[in-house]
Design a protein around this ligand. Structure first.
Ligand SMILES: [Zn+2]
Length: 230
């Protein structure tokens, strides 16, 4: 590994370890469930959480570096049991730099019902550009989860998919953007659930959703800063 690549891997080990604490902070994970990964730019590598390690014990040094077939390149522990799904997404979607997986309660309740979250909120239009789609049922282990994620999100505005009977996978241009999508997905899923319990959520016009999405993705935020990662 060249010194430049080594420095990039070191930076991403720190970033991925730190981002895992955001999953805890926002209440998206229980016990050791959930994981964050980052693509190593310019290399066919990713940095991902080790399997079965408590969130309190996650450190830059125990993050695992894998190739994009999921084989361990650096690290003493086994990588996340979802490594194959992350690797599949990186192979199939070159624009993706970060992937997150959680079983966050509200979003996963929609996944349990096999139901996409319809767009009834401006915040959802901003972030997801419409509905948050449901993906197919897939067993863990092989490429089936990755295939389901890619098939659902390719050409879709939403950076989040609700994998049926399972949980949430999000993608982003980097790991931080994917974590943000996971946080916002749970927030939207919770409000959508509350709205359903209160009554019948009011549909939004397609052109209003499009206008909100365009403004948020292209105009919102500080000049020169990406709205996707404020
Ligand atoms: Zn899972």
């Amino acid at each position: 590994m060249s010194p430049e690549l080594g420095a990039e891997v070191t930076r991403l080990r720190e970033q991925v370890a730190t981002l895992h604490s955001e999953l805890v902070r926002y209440g998206l994970v229980a016990w050791t469930a959930g994981n964050v990964s980052a693509r190593v730019p310019g290399a066919d590598l990713m940095v991902i959480k080790p399997s079965g390690v408590s969130y309190d014990d996650l450190r830059p040094a125990n993050m695992i570096v894998c190739d994009l077939d999921g084989a361990v390149v650096e690290g003493d522990l086994s990588p996340s049991s979802d490594t194959a799904a992350h690797a599949y997404v990186y192979r199939a979607m070159p624009e993706v730099g970060g992937v997150v997986h959680t079983h966050s309660s509200y979003a996963t309740a929609w996944a349990a019902c096999g139901e996409s979250i319809p767009c009834h909120l401006t915040a959802q239009a901003d972030e997801f550009g419409g509905e948050i789609p449901v993906g197919p049922f897939a067993l863990i282990g092989g490429d089936d989860i990755g295939k389901g994620i890619v098939a659902t999100l390719s050409g879709h505005r939403s950076p989040a998919v609700l994998m049926r009977n399972h949980g949430v996978f999000t993608i982003g241009k980097d790991a931080r953007a994917a974590v943000k999508a996971a946080v916002m997905c749970e927030d939207v899923a919770r409000t959508a659930h509350l709205a359903r319990t209160l009554g019948r959520p009011v549909p939004m016009a397609r052109e209003d959703i499009d206008s909100l999405y365009d403004r948020y993705q292209n105009v919102y935020g500080q000049p020169g800063a990406s709205s996707a990662t404020p």
